[in-house]
Write a protein that binds this ligand. Sequence first.
Ligand code: ZN
Length: 428
Amino acid sequence: MCATRWLVVALAFVAACTAPPAPQQPSVEVRELADGAWHATWRFQEPVSGMRFARPARYFREDAWRVLTPGYALARDGDSQVVLGGDAAPVAEIQVEFPVDTRKFPREYEFFHRFSDGSVALYTGMLHAETLDGRVVATTVTVDPGPARALVTTDTEGADGTYAYVGNIPPLHAAHMRAVVDPGLPPWLAYELEQRTETFFALLAERTGHQLERKPLVLFNFVPGERDGYAYRGGALQGLIHLSAVGDGWHDADPNAVRAMLRFIAHEAAHMWNADLVKYRSGSPPWLHEGGADALSERILVAAGIAGPAALAAFDAEALDECTRQPELALSEARSDRAPYACGSLVASWSEQLLQAADPTLDLFDFTGRLIARARAGDGRYGEDDWFAVLKAMGAEAAAVDALQAFVRAPQAAPAWRAAAETWGNIP
Ligand SMILES: [Zn+2]
C-alpha cells in the first residue's frame, strides 16, 4: 500500500497513488541518423505479423523505404500499404529506415518539407499505422530531434497527424501564433508572411469574438529552384498551417502573386476557427467549412487593408462563374473538386446579404462567431442545420433563409444558380 511509504518518498507516493499505470499504447519513435536518413520504430504490446499504414499515399514508401526487421517487407493489400512478415515469426517491434522525401502527391500532405538551411518538417501522419486486424492503432509519434537540433511542433498531434519541425531556426513567438520561417525566403516576403499572418489571426479573434485555445504553429518554407515564376502550396492540420513558397519568381515582388498567396493563408487561418476551434459534424457537406473559409478569406484581406470592396465584388463574381460551370449538383452532396469552395463561398456571401438586409452592421465574421458559439454551447460541432438556424437567430428573414436552404439541398442546374445569385447586391 502506498500509505505506509508516504513519509519516505512523498513525491513518489503522489505519483504512484494518483496515476495508476495507464495501459501501454503502441508507440512510434522516429529519429534522424547521422547520414541524414531517418529511422522509425513501431512498438506493439504483443507480437504482430505486420501493420497497415493509415495513408497509402500512392505506395511511395516502396520506392525508398527499407524495412530493417528481418523477414519483413513492404507490400500492398488492396488499396493499403502494409508491412508483412510472411513466414517470419511475429514481432513486437518493426523498424524502418527512409530518406528525406519531399515529393508532392495529389491530395496528400508532403512527407517532408525542407528548409533552405537543411532543416526539415516531417509529417507524422505518414507513420500512423494499425495492426493487420485493425485492433491496435499507433497514431502518436514521438520525434527525437537528436542532440544538435531542436523540435518545434503542435501541442497535440490530431487524428490526421501533424508536422514536426526539426532544426535550428529559432521559432518566432508572436501574440497570436508561433512561426518557423525559412531564412532563405526573400526578406520582403518573410516580413510580409509573418506580419500578415499574425494580423489575420488577430482579426479573426477580434471579429468573431473567439480566441483560439492554443497558439497555432505556422511553418513557411521556400522551394526556389523547382520552377520559374510563382507558386505556393500548403494546408492546415490541427493547430498548424504550413505553406511552401515555390519558384524563383518570389525573388521579385508581384502584388497579384502576393495577394493570391495571402488569400490562401487567410483561408487556412479561417479554418483554425471553423474547422479546428469547432469542428463540422461528421458527414457534413464540405461547403460549410470550405465555402465559409473561402468567403472569409477575401473579407479578411479587405479588413486587413490588402484588398478593397471592388476586389470583394470581383471575388464573388469569380466564385459565381466557377460555381455555374459545375454540372447539375446538390451542394449538400458535393464532396470534391471546386464546388464546395466556389458554390459554398456563394452561399456564405448570400447568407451575409440576408443578415445585412436585417441589420447592415452584421457581417460574415459576426455570423461565424455566432456559429462557433452555438457549436461550443453543445458538443463543439456544427452542421448544415446549425448554419441556417444561426441565420434566423440573428434576424435574417425566415422565408429567405428557407429558400436558401432549399436551394442548397436541391439539385441545381447552373442557370438556376446564376439567376438566384444575380439578385444579390454584391455581384457586378
Ligand atoms: Zn480549406
